[in-house]
Ligand binder design. Structure first.
Ligand SMILES: C[S@@+](CC[C@H](N)C(=O)[O-])C[C@H]1O[C@@H](n2cnc3c(N)ncnc32)[C@H](O)[C@@H]1O
Length: 239
């Protein structure tokens, strides 16, 4: 699988992405960052979903995003850059967050670059909303969404305590359970914002949409239903 093709696939659906992708539970952000205002780089900021939430909590946030179409959706300080070239000064940030993004740049040289921009004792905070696949219909949905989970080498549910390398302390993990309300139509929109769908041909896309619609209708009889998530929130301190 060509990972870079997946990593740069989102721009084509930037509007839809911003409207349909889940937000992050505020308890997760508070657990990772505390309540005091912080200087934060939000890395792989996309359309700014996490950036906005962090700003609403009172933090000062620089959004860093490589894709022009995605970055255009972000208000305020939004800079072109990537995990291997973060356009901020050394030791200037209390935290670097990465919402639904670390799997696109895991490992070196990103770890060294993230550590460069953090103050001593600053935090790296990768976070993912993961559909709760302990619910059988959600497991079936994930197969359609991710093509048998082939999308990346990193499993966000199983990062090791030393995942971020020798410049960081032990990674801590906290899980937050919550859900979003969907209809069959909005669930089809959700798959239309995903990289596996975006890199597929027209026939595959049509088949994926039909599979998701059928699954949603079978599960909920056409009405609104809850899609359960577990938010995997990691934090590791720069040593
Ligand atoms: C699934 S989106 C997440 C966007 C946003 N953080 C959110 O929570 O909705 C992943 C983002 O990572 C960006 N990305 C891909 N490769 C990257 C890299 N090497 N460095 C930084 N960002 C990258 C993509 O352009 C995309 O906008």
């Amino acid at each position: 699988m060509d990972l870079s093709k997946h990593a740069s696939s989102f721009g084509a659906a930037a509007d839809l992405y911003d409207r349909i992708r889940p937000r992050y539970p505020l308890e997760a952000l508070r657990w990772a960052l505390g309540d005091a205002p912080r200087e934060i780089v939000d890395l792989g900021a996309g359309t700014g979903i996490l950036t906005r939430q962090l700003r609403e909590l009172g933090h000062r946030v620089i959004a860093v995003e490589p894709d022009d179409e995605m970055r255009r959706q972000i208000d305020g300080d939004a800079r072109a850059g990537r995990a291997t070239a973060i356009p901020v000064e050394a030791e200037s940030q209390d935290a670097v967050t990465a919402g639904q993004a670390y799997h696109w740049f895991a490992g070196e040289p990103a770890h060294t670059e993230i550590a460069r921009v953090l103050k001593p004792g600053g935090w790296f905070i990768p976070v993912w909303n993961v559909r709760d696949e302990s619910v059988p219909w959600v497991a079936e949905l994930s197969e359609a969404f991710d093509g048998h989970r082939a999308r990346s080498a990193v499993d966000e549910r199983e990062l090791t305590p030393d995942e971020f390398g020798p410049l960081f302390g032990t990674a801590e993990l906290e899980l937050f359970h919550w859900s979003t309300t969907h209809t069959p139509a909005s669930l089809v929109d959700l798959i239309r914002s995903r990289s596996y769908y975006l890199v597929s041909d027209a026939d595959t896309r049509a088949a994926l949409e039909e599979r998701v619609r059928t699954l949603a209708e079978r599960t909920a009889g056409g009405g609104p239903f809850e899609l359960p998530y577990v938010t995997y929130t990691y934090r590791a301190k720069k040593l």
